[in-house]
Design a protein around this ligand. Structure first.
Ligand SMILES: C[S@@+](CC[C@H](N)C(=O)[O-])C[C@H]1O[C@@H](n2cnc3c(N)ncnc32)[C@H](O)[C@@H]1O
Length: 316
């Protein structure tokens, strides 16, 4: 259910610095089958964890084209990856772009590459987004109800929640959160917003909890998890982006090239599975999940599913 993508914790040196742990790293590298000189698109470069390993594997002569729609995160990735290149550990050319992955054609063209050999998409939000209350993604700490992956977009979650109709709100919570109490939650939120604007993450989490019947308030996950997921997916058009991004990956990959996608909930995984079956030779008949060792270190990997396919030859 949960859709959190990467982990953070205490630094190995005992500091409280966030430690970035790319999900399923070993499995991603095995599925991508990298070799020196390849052109690779990382469509969700995030904090650069996977990208860093890719850059090292493709070596000098390789090209990494990285995209993220969060400019703040991209700056962190830039610092990490360019430090690698500058420090001489890897010499691949790195070209980073503040763009959604549906625009990978444009990013490849800007890097002077007509096509690519590999595409990686590691979907969802980064721990760098979740762990910063001011970004408004998490109910674990109070912050403004924002949830925009791309802060240059005009509409925040608070703006959307202030004007959306009750039926659309209920349908969104049902469809993107798979929340069976969606109608009760929508009714309560619409009644409350007539008196008070809903503008904080904790406020929304408390209101969702209040709307639920007593028995539904004490499950395995926080009672607001599904509603937060739904609003985030809707606000960022995550499923529409995924469909366009898969098509773009298909168009950009050379025949024989590989597409690997990590998803974090069933709505994404279903789209990926059907797209790969229709357009690719599927490598992962069943999705690859995190090992027990990884889950011990990084509980956020528990819902990650990796699927991989090989781009078919072009029809003659
Ligand atoms: C799970 S994190 C990726 C972590 C990354 N693989 C790493 O090792 O650091 C997901 C990232 O994808 C970005 N993202 C989500 N949807 C996107 C989209 N449609 N286009 C570009 N970036 C996107 C988010 O901003 C976030 O930084």
């Amino acid at each position: 259910m949960n859709d959190e993508g990467t982990g953070s914790g205490t630094g190995g040196d005992g500091s409280r610095q966030p430690v970035h742990r790319p999900v399923l790293l070993r499995e991603v590298l095995a599925s991508l089958q990298l070799s020196p000189g390849l052109v690779v698109v990382d469509g969700t470069v995030g904090a650069g964890g996977h990208a860093r390993a890719i850059v090292q594997a493709i070596g000098s002569g390789g090209v990494l084209v990285g995209l993220d729609r969060d400019s703040e995160i991209l700056a962190a990735a830039r610092a990490l990856l360019l430090a690698d290149v500058g420090g001489g550990r890897a010499e691949a050319r790195v070209s980073l772009h503040h763009l959604p992955f549906s625009s990978m054609r444009e990013a490849l063209a800007a890097a002077g590459q007509p096509r690519c050999d590999r595409v990686l998409l590691d979907l969802g939000v980064s721990s760098l987004q979740l762990d910063r209350p001011e970004r408004g993604f998490s109910f674990m700490a109070d912050g403004p109800l924002d949830m925009r992956m791309d802060a240059s977009q005009p509409t925040t979650a608070a703006d959307w929640l202030a004007t959306v109709g009750e039926t659309e709100l209920a349908d969104t919570i049902f469809r993107f959160g798979e929340e069976r109490h969606s109608r009760r939650i929508a009714r309560h939120l619409v009644a409350v917003r007539r008196r008070t604007p809903i503008v904080r993450t904790r406020q929304l989490a408390d209101l969702v909890t209040e709307a639920l019947p007593g028995g539904a308030r004490h499950g395995r996950i926080h009672p607001a998890t599904r509603t937060f997921q739904a609003i985030r997916i809707r606000l960022n058009d995550e499923l529409g982006e995924l469909e366009r991004g898969l098509q773009a990956a298909h168009d950009c990959l050379r025949p024989g090239g590989r597409l690997c996608v990590i998803s974090f909930h069933s709505l994404e995984d279903r789209i990926v599975k059907h797209f790969l079956r229709a357009r690719f030779d599927v490598v992962t008949k069943k999705p690859i999940e995190a090992s027990g060792d990884e889950l011990r270190d990084n509980p956020r990997a528990r819902s990650a599913k990796l699927r991989c396919g090989i781009r078919r030859e072009e029809a003659a």
